[in-house]
Structure formats: structure tokens, C-alpha cells
Design a protein around this ligand. Structure first.
Ligand SMILES: [Zn+2]
Length: 179
């Protein structure tokens, strides 16, 4: 649609088709430009589009306005494997409702302040912010290839109820010790 919006969006193979604003939310309808996707089993490219079920995901705010992307979730068919597969997207983890960059942002903000504060600023529930933090934490843990000691501690903290102050600060300390 608008070359400037595409530049600002800064996602590979993606173009903004339309932009709408409601209340203080911005929604961008995104179209993917690649016509093929590679099969996760054999890596072969397939252009046999089976179905497309667009989803709405949260992204980083634009000019202080909560921003959502409507992105295609496409399923292709691999002739070699004779199976359907969902296209994997570099900017979105499987099954998540937020872009990777948004989750990374939330994670860093929680480390700097608290889940409560980020929840207020982003207007997302405590549980959602906590869910993002934990997802990022687990991912970083896997990437670092370290033991599961810290994550175990975090899990026990969440069982006790992270809505109280002390387990939360424990969570935060764990987060800060990552880097
Ligand atoms: Zn295949």
C-alpha cells in the first residue's frame, strides 16, 4: 500500500495493505509477498496453498498507540511428504499472539520495572505480561543452553502465586541475572 508504512513495519516479505484506527488502537492489515513456504520436514519449497486463516497479533506501539497486525496464517501442502504444514514466520513464534520484537520489548521492560507496571502501560492483563516474560525467559534459557535451575525456581514461584510481591521480585532477580 504505502511504501513508507512498509519501511516502518520492517518485516521481511510483508507489505501493509490497509491501516485503521479505533479508539487508541492501530490495526495494520499485512500481506505476505512470498508465494512459497518451505516444508519443515524436507525443507522443499511448496507453492500449494491449502488455506489461510489470518490472526491478529500485537506489535510494538506506533506513536504511542497500541498496534495490532492482521497477518495471514497460511497452510501449504508438501507433495513429497504428502502433509500439510503451517508456514513458519521469522517474526512470530509458533502459537504466540505477539510479534517476537514485542515480546522482547515486554521482557526488557519487566526487567526494568515490574509486571504490574508493564501491565498498566501496555494495557494487558498481569497474566498476559507474565506469560510473555516466562516465554521469553524460557527461550533465552534454551538459547543459552544452560541448566534448568533458574526456570525451576521461577515455576515454583508461580505456583505460590506471583501476584504477591516477594515471588515477583524473585522472578525479576532471575530475569536480571540472565545478562
Ligand atoms: Zn516436505
Amino acid at each position: 500500500m504505502d511504501i513508507h508504512l512498509d519501511i516502518l513495519l520492517n518485516l521481511p516479505n510483508a507489505t501493509v495493505e490497509s491501516c485503521t484506527r479505533q479508539d487508541n488502537d492501530v490495526s495494520l492489515k499485512v500481506r505476505l509477498l512470498n508465494e512459497e513456504a518451505s516444508c519443515p520436514r524436507c525443507n522443499k519449497l511448496s507453492s500449494e496453498l491449502h488455506q489461510n486463516r489470518p490472526i491478529l497479533i500485537r506489535d510494538l506501539s506506533i506513536f504511542g498507540q497500541a498496534t495490532y497486525l492482521k497477518i495471514p496464517r497460511r497452510q501449504f501442502y508438501c507433495c513429497d511428504c504428502q502433509r500439510y504444514f503451517t508456514e513458519s514466520l521469522t517474526f512470530l513464534d509458533e502459537g504466540r499472539q505477539y510479534t517476537r520484537r514485542y515480546e522482547e520489548y515486554v521482557y526488557q521492560q519487566v526487567k526494568l520495572s515490574s509486571i504490574e507496571q508493564v501491565s498498566r502501560i501496555e494495557e494487558l492483563s498481569f497474566d498476559r505480561i507474565e506469560g510473555i516474560f516466562k516465554h521469553q525467559y524460557a527461550q533465552k534459557k534454551t538459547q543459552d543452553g544452560q541448566g534448568s535451575n533458574g526456570l525451576g525456581l521461577m515455576k515454583s514461584a508461580s505456583v505460590k502465586g506471583t501476584k504477591t510481591l516477594s515471588p515477583l521480585s524473585e522472578t525479576l532477580r532471575l530475569g536480571s541475572s540472565l545478562k
